[in-house]
Ligand binder design. Sequence first.
Ligand SMILES: [Zn+2]
Length: 332
Amino acid sequence: MVNYKDLGLVNTREMFAKAINGGYAIPAFNFNNMEQLQAIVKAAAETKSPVILQVSSGARKYANQTLLRYMAEGAVQYAKELGWENPQIVLHLDHGNSFELCKSCVDFGFSSVMIDGSALPYEENIALTKQVVEYAHQFDVTVEAELGVLAGVEDEVSAEESHYTKPEEVIDFSTRTGCDSLAISIGTSHGAYKFKPEQCTKDPVTGRLVPPPLAFDVLDAIMEKLPGFPIVLHGSSSVPQEYVDIINAHGGNLPNAVGIPEEQLRKAAKSAVCKINIDSDSRLAMTAAIRLTFDEHPEYFDPRKYLGPARDEMEKLYKHKIVEVLGSDNKA
Ligand SMILES: [Zn+2]
Protein backbone atom coordinates (compact mmCIF):
# COMPACT_ATOMS: atom_id res chain seq x y z
CA MET A 1 0.00 0.00 0.00
CA VAL A 2 1.42 3.35 -1.11
CA ASN A 3 -0.32 6.63 -0.37
CA TYR A 4 -0.18 9.18 -3.17
CA LYS A 5 0.82 11.91 -0.72
CA ASP A 6 4.12 10.12 -0.17
CA LEU A 7 4.75 10.36 -3.92
CA GLY A 8 4.21 14.14 -3.93
CA LEU A 9 0.93 13.89 -5.85
CA VAL A 10 -2.30 15.74 -5.06
CA ASN A 11 -5.96 14.77 -5.43
CA THR A 12 -8.45 16.79 -7.48
CA ARG A 13 -10.62 18.35 -4.74
CA GLU A 14 -8.99 21.74 -4.27
CA MET A 15 -7.85 21.90 -7.88
CA PHE A 16 -11.42 21.54 -9.17
CA ALA A 17 -12.87 24.04 -6.69
CA LYS A 18 -10.34 26.64 -7.84
CA ALA A 19 -10.96 25.85 -11.51
CA ILE A 20 -14.72 26.31 -11.20
CA ASN A 21 -14.34 29.60 -9.37
CA GLY A 22 -11.63 30.78 -11.75
CA GLY A 23 -13.47 29.89 -14.96
CA TYR A 24 -10.87 27.54 -16.39
CA ALA A 25 -10.42 23.75 -16.74
CA ILE A 26 -7.64 21.35 -15.74
CA PRO A 27 -6.04 19.39 -18.59
CA ALA A 28 -6.22 15.60 -18.26
CA PHE A 29 -3.65 14.10 -20.62
CA ASN A 30 -3.25 10.34 -21.09
CA PHE A 31 0.21 8.85 -21.15
CA ASN A 32 1.63 5.47 -22.16
CA ASN A 33 5.33 6.12 -22.54
CA MET A 34 8.25 8.23 -21.46
CA GLU A 35 8.17 10.77 -24.29
CA GLN A 36 4.51 11.60 -23.66
CA LEU A 37 5.13 11.97 -19.95
CA GLN A 38 8.18 14.20 -20.49
CA ALA A 39 6.18 16.43 -22.84
CA ILE A 40 3.23 16.70 -20.44
CA VAL A 41 5.37 17.51 -17.41
CA LYS A 42 7.50 20.01 -19.30
CA ALA A 43 4.45 21.79 -20.73
CA ALA A 44 2.76 21.92 -17.31
CA ALA A 45 5.91 23.05 -15.50
CA GLU A 46 6.73 25.77 -18.02
CA THR A 47 3.19 27.14 -18.04
CA LYS A 48 2.65 26.55 -14.29
CA SER A 49 -0.54 24.64 -14.99
CA PRO A 50 -2.04 22.02 -12.67
CA VAL A 51 -2.20 18.76 -14.61
CA ILE A 52 -3.87 15.36 -14.44
CA LEU A 53 -1.81 12.42 -15.67
CA GLN A 54 -4.28 9.83 -16.89
CA VAL A 55 -3.67 6.13 -17.10
CA SER A 56 -6.18 3.87 -18.80
CA SER A 57 -6.39 0.16 -18.11
CA GLY A 58 -4.94 -0.26 -21.62
CA ALA A 59 -1.95 1.88 -20.59
CA ARG A 60 -1.48 -0.23 -17.48
CA LYS A 61 -1.33 -3.31 -19.68
CA TYR A 62 0.93 -1.67 -22.24
CA ALA A 63 3.47 -0.04 -19.95
CA ASN A 64 3.22 -2.20 -16.81
CA GLN A 65 1.49 -0.85 -13.71
CA THR A 66 4.59 -0.84 -11.51
CA LEU A 67 6.62 1.07 -14.05
CA LEU A 68 3.81 3.59 -14.55
CA ARG A 69 3.63 4.27 -10.83
CA TYR A 70 7.34 5.00 -10.64
CA MET A 71 7.09 7.13 -13.77
CA ALA A 72 4.45 9.27 -12.04
CA GLU A 73 6.65 9.56 -8.99
CA GLY A 74 9.50 10.53 -11.29
CA ALA A 75 7.25 13.07 -12.97
CA VAL A 76 6.90 15.00 -9.69
CA GLN A 77 10.67 15.05 -9.19
CA TYR A 78 11.25 16.02 -12.82
CA ALA A 79 8.76 18.90 -12.43
CA LYS A 80 10.70 20.16 -9.41
CA GLU A 81 13.94 19.92 -11.33
CA LEU A 82 12.35 22.10 -14.00
CA GLY A 83 11.84 24.79 -11.37
CA TRP A 84 8.21 24.07 -10.42
CA GLU A 85 8.42 24.30 -6.64
CA ASN A 86 5.01 22.87 -5.76
CA PRO A 87 3.95 20.67 -8.65
CA GLN A 88 0.17 20.19 -8.77
CA ILE A 89 0.12 16.77 -10.39
CA VAL A 90 -2.69 14.21 -10.13
CA LEU A 91 -2.27 10.54 -11.06
CA HIS A 92 -5.68 9.41 -12.26
CA LEU A 93 -7.16 6.13 -13.45
CA ASP A 94 -9.17 6.71 -16.63
CA HIS A 95 -12.26 4.51 -17.13
CA GLY A 96 -11.89 2.08 -14.27
CA ASN A 97 -14.44 -0.63 -14.93
CA SER A 98 -14.44 -2.58 -11.67
CA PHE A 99 -14.10 -2.06 -7.94
CA GLU A 100 -11.00 -4.29 -7.95
CA LEU A 101 -9.20 -2.18 -10.56
CA CYS A 102 -10.00 1.07 -8.72
CA LYS A 103 -8.93 -0.42 -5.39
CA SER A 104 -5.68 -1.64 -6.90
CA CYS A 105 -4.93 1.87 -8.20
CA VAL A 106 -5.77 3.49 -4.85
CA ASP A 107 -3.44 0.99 -3.16
CA PHE A 108 -0.77 1.70 -5.76
CA GLY A 109 -0.51 5.45 -5.16
CA PHE A 110 -3.07 6.96 -7.53
CA SER A 111 -4.57 10.19 -6.15
CA SER A 112 -7.78 9.97 -8.19
CA VAL A 113 -9.76 7.22 -9.89
CA MET A 114 -12.63 7.09 -12.32
CA ILE A 115 -15.23 4.40 -11.96
CA ASP A 116 -17.14 4.15 -15.20
CA GLY A 117 -20.43 2.38 -14.57
CA SER A 118 -22.14 4.28 -17.38
CA ALA A 119 -22.86 1.12 -19.38
CA LEU A 120 -24.69 -0.42 -16.38
CA PRO A 121 -28.33 0.10 -15.47
CA TYR A 122 -28.76 3.24 -13.31
CA GLU A 123 -29.08 1.53 -9.91
CA GLU A 124 -26.06 -0.72 -10.60
CA ASN A 125 -23.99 2.29 -11.63
CA ILE A 126 -24.91 3.91 -8.30
CA ALA A 127 -24.06 0.80 -6.26
CA LEU A 128 -20.66 0.31 -7.97
CA THR A 129 -19.73 3.99 -7.78
CA LYS A 130 -20.69 4.15 -4.10
CA GLN A 131 -18.53 1.12 -3.33
CA VAL A 132 -15.50 2.76 -4.98
CA VAL A 133 -16.15 6.11 -3.27
CA GLU A 134 -16.36 4.48 0.16
CA TYR A 135 -13.02 2.76 -0.36
CA ALA A 136 -11.19 5.65 -2.03
CA HIS A 137 -12.29 8.31 0.44
CA GLN A 138 -10.67 6.42 3.31
CA PHE A 139 -7.37 7.40 1.70
CA ASP A 140 -8.49 10.85 0.52
CA VAL A 141 -8.45 9.69 -3.10
CA THR A 142 -11.04 11.52 -5.23
CA VAL A 143 -13.51 9.69 -7.47
CA GLU A 144 -14.91 10.60 -10.86
CA ALA A 145 -18.11 8.86 -11.95
CA GLU A 146 -19.96 8.82 -15.27
CA LEU A 147 -23.58 9.27 -16.11
CA GLY A 148 -24.71 9.12 -19.73
CA VAL A 149 -22.91 7.31 -22.55
CA LEU A 150 -20.28 8.70 -24.92
CA ALA A 151 -19.98 7.28 -28.41
CA GLY A 152 -16.65 6.37 -29.96
CA VAL A 153 -13.73 4.10 -29.24
CA GLU A 154 -11.04 4.59 -26.60
CA ASP A 155 -8.77 1.71 -25.63
CA GLU A 156 -11.23 -0.85 -24.30
CA VAL A 157 -14.14 1.56 -24.01
CA SER A 158 -16.50 1.73 -26.93
CA ALA A 159 -20.13 2.52 -27.64
CA GLU A 160 -22.06 2.76 -30.89
CA GLU A 161 -24.37 5.55 -29.86
CA SER A 162 -24.24 8.35 -27.33
CA HIS A 163 -26.94 8.97 -24.75
CA TYR A 164 -26.92 12.43 -23.24
CA THR A 165 -26.80 12.66 -19.46
CA LYS A 166 -30.29 13.19 -18.06
CA PRO A 167 -30.23 16.36 -15.92
CA GLU A 168 -33.08 15.00 -13.77
CA GLU A 169 -30.80 12.18 -12.55
CA VAL A 170 -27.70 14.11 -11.49
CA ILE A 171 -28.76 15.22 -7.99
CA ASP A 172 -29.89 11.73 -6.99
CA PHE A 173 -26.76 10.17 -8.50
CA SER A 174 -24.19 12.51 -6.94
CA THR A 175 -25.90 12.50 -3.53
CA ARG A 176 -26.27 8.74 -3.30
CA THR A 177 -22.79 7.89 -4.60
CA GLY A 178 -20.79 10.69 -2.94
CA CYS A 179 -18.65 11.03 -6.08
CA ASP A 180 -16.35 14.07 -6.31
CA SER A 181 -16.87 14.83 -9.98
CA LEU A 182 -19.14 13.71 -12.77
CA ALA A 183 -18.30 12.90 -16.38
CA ILE A 184 -21.27 13.77 -18.54
CA SER A 185 -22.32 13.14 -22.11
CA ILE A 186 -23.26 16.25 -24.11
CA GLY A 187 -22.02 15.25 -27.55
CA THR A 188 -18.27 14.75 -27.11
CA SER A 189 -16.98 11.39 -28.27
CA HIS A 190 -13.91 9.19 -27.90
CA GLY A 191 -11.23 8.75 -30.58
CA ALA A 192 -10.18 10.51 -33.78
CA TYR A 193 -13.45 9.72 -35.60
CA LYS A 194 -15.90 11.46 -33.35
CA PHE A 195 -18.62 11.88 -35.92
CA LYS A 196 -19.69 10.12 -39.08
CA PRO A 197 -19.61 12.33 -42.18
CA GLU A 198 -23.43 12.18 -42.34
CA GLN A 199 -23.65 13.73 -38.84
CA CYS A 200 -21.56 16.70 -40.02
CA THR A 201 -22.08 19.63 -42.32
CA LYS A 202 -19.41 20.77 -44.79
CA ASP A 203 -17.53 24.05 -44.68
CA PRO A 204 -18.26 25.56 -48.12
CA VAL A 205 -14.82 27.21 -48.34
CA THR A 206 -12.46 24.47 -47.11
CA GLY A 207 -14.66 21.45 -47.82
CA ARG A 208 -13.84 20.16 -44.33
CA LEU A 209 -16.39 18.38 -42.14
CA VAL A 210 -17.97 20.56 -39.45
CA PRO A 211 -19.16 18.52 -36.46
CA PRO A 212 -22.53 19.07 -34.76
CA PRO A 213 -22.32 21.49 -31.79
CA LEU A 214 -22.17 20.27 -28.18
CA ALA A 215 -25.44 20.23 -26.24
CA PHE A 216 -24.81 23.29 -24.07
CA ASP A 217 -28.49 23.29 -23.07
CA VAL A 218 -27.96 19.91 -21.36
CA LEU A 219 -24.81 21.24 -19.65
CA ASP A 220 -26.72 24.32 -18.45
CA ALA A 221 -29.54 22.17 -17.06
CA ILE A 222 -27.01 19.97 -15.20
CA MET A 223 -25.23 23.02 -13.73
CA GLU A 224 -28.57 24.38 -12.57
CA LYS A 225 -29.28 21.14 -10.69
CA LEU A 226 -25.77 20.90 -9.21
CA PRO A 227 -24.42 24.42 -8.74
CA GLY A 228 -20.63 24.43 -8.34
CA PHE A 229 -20.28 20.66 -8.78
CA PRO A 230 -17.21 19.60 -10.83
CA ILE A 231 -18.15 18.42 -14.31
CA VAL A 232 -15.81 16.44 -16.59
CA LEU A 233 -15.72 16.20 -20.37
CA HIS A 234 -14.28 13.07 -21.96
CA GLY A 235 -13.53 12.66 -25.65
CA SER A 236 -12.51 16.28 -26.07
CA SER A 237 -9.73 16.14 -28.61
CA SER A 238 -10.02 18.61 -31.45
CA VAL A 239 -8.32 16.38 -34.04
CA PRO A 240 -6.19 19.25 -35.48
CA GLN A 241 -6.54 19.05 -39.24
CA GLU A 242 -2.93 20.13 -39.80
CA TYR A 243 -1.80 16.89 -38.14
CA VAL A 244 -4.31 14.82 -40.09
CA ASP A 245 -3.03 16.47 -43.30
CA ILE A 246 0.62 15.76 -42.46
CA ILE A 247 -0.19 12.14 -41.62
CA ASN A 248 -2.17 11.66 -44.82
CA ALA A 249 0.50 13.40 -46.94
CA HIS A 250 3.24 11.14 -45.61
CA GLY A 251 1.86 7.67 -46.05
CA GLY A 252 -0.95 7.68 -43.47
CA ASN A 253 -4.62 7.09 -44.05
CA LEU A 254 -7.04 8.89 -41.74
CA PRO A 255 -9.98 9.87 -43.91
CA ASN A 256 -12.63 12.13 -42.33
CA ALA A 257 -11.05 12.28 -38.86
CA VAL A 258 -12.93 15.00 -36.99
CA GLY A 259 -13.01 16.34 -33.41
CA ILE A 260 -14.53 18.96 -31.11
CA PRO A 261 -13.79 22.55 -32.18
CA GLU A 262 -11.55 24.33 -29.66
CA GLU A 263 -13.95 27.25 -29.52
CA GLN A 264 -16.58 25.00 -27.92
CA LEU A 265 -14.08 23.62 -25.41
CA ARG A 266 -13.06 27.17 -24.49
CA LYS A 267 -16.70 27.94 -23.77
CA ALA A 268 -17.10 24.77 -21.68
CA ALA A 269 -13.91 25.50 -19.70
CA LYS A 270 -15.38 28.79 -18.48
CA SER A 271 -18.32 26.92 -16.89
CA ALA A 272 -18.45 24.21 -14.19
CA VAL A 273 -16.54 21.95 -16.59
CA CYS A 274 -13.27 21.71 -14.68
CA LYS A 275 -11.55 18.70 -16.30
CA ILE A 276 -11.15 18.20 -20.02
CA ASN A 277 -9.72 14.92 -21.33
CA ILE A 278 -7.38 15.05 -24.30
CA ASP A 279 -5.74 11.91 -25.68
CA SER A 280 -6.18 11.55 -29.45
CA ASP A 281 -4.63 14.96 -30.20
CA SER A 282 -1.33 13.95 -28.67
CA ARG A 283 -1.41 10.65 -30.58
CA LEU A 284 -1.93 12.62 -33.78
CA ALA A 285 0.89 15.09 -32.96
CA MET A 286 3.25 12.20 -32.28
CA THR A 287 2.29 10.27 -35.40
CA ALA A 288 2.51 13.35 -37.64
CA ALA A 289 6.01 14.20 -36.37
CA ILE A 290 7.25 10.64 -36.79
CA ARG A 291 5.80 10.23 -40.30
CA LEU A 292 7.27 13.54 -41.39
CA THR A 293 10.70 12.69 -39.97
CA PHE A 294 10.74 9.26 -41.61
CA ASP A 295 9.74 10.74 -44.94
CA GLU A 296 12.44 13.43 -44.79
CA HIS A 297 15.11 11.15 -43.34
CA PRO A 298 14.79 7.58 -44.55
CA GLU A 299 18.30 7.01 -43.21
CA TYR A 300 17.28 7.47 -39.56
CA PHE A 301 17.19 4.42 -37.34
CA ASP A 302 18.01 5.85 -33.92
CA PRO A 303 14.63 6.12 -32.12
CA ARG A 304 15.76 9.37 -30.48
CA LYS A 305 15.92 10.98 -33.92
CA TYR A 306 12.18 10.50 -34.49
CA LEU A 307 10.82 10.26 -30.94
CA GLY A 308 12.64 13.53 -30.11
CA PRO A 309 10.73 15.57 -32.72
CA ALA A 310 7.53 13.72 -31.68
CA ARG A 311 8.10 14.77 -28.08
CA ASP A 312 8.69 18.39 -29.13
CA GLU A 313 5.46 18.40 -31.15
CA MET A 314 3.45 16.97 -28.24
CA GLU A 315 4.89 19.57 -25.87
CA LYS A 316 3.84 22.30 -28.27
CA LEU A 317 0.34 20.81 -28.44
CA TYR A 318 -0.01 20.51 -24.64
CA LYS A 319 1.09 24.12 -24.14
CA HIS A 320 -1.39 25.27 -26.76
CA LYS A 321 -4.22 23.42 -25.00
CA ILE A 322 -3.23 24.80 -21.59
CA VAL A 323 -2.82 28.42 -22.64
CA GLU A 324 -5.22 28.83 -25.56
CA VAL A 325 -8.03 26.42 -24.78
CA LEU A 326 -8.32 25.55 -21.07
CA GLY A 327 -6.84 28.70 -19.53
CA SER A 328 -5.09 26.76 -16.74
CA ASP A 329 -1.70 28.48 -17.11
CA ASN A 330 -0.28 30.23 -14.03
CA LYS A 331 -2.83 28.50 -11.81
CA ALA A 332 -0.39 26.26 -9.95
ZN1 LIG B 1 -13.03 8.78 -21.70
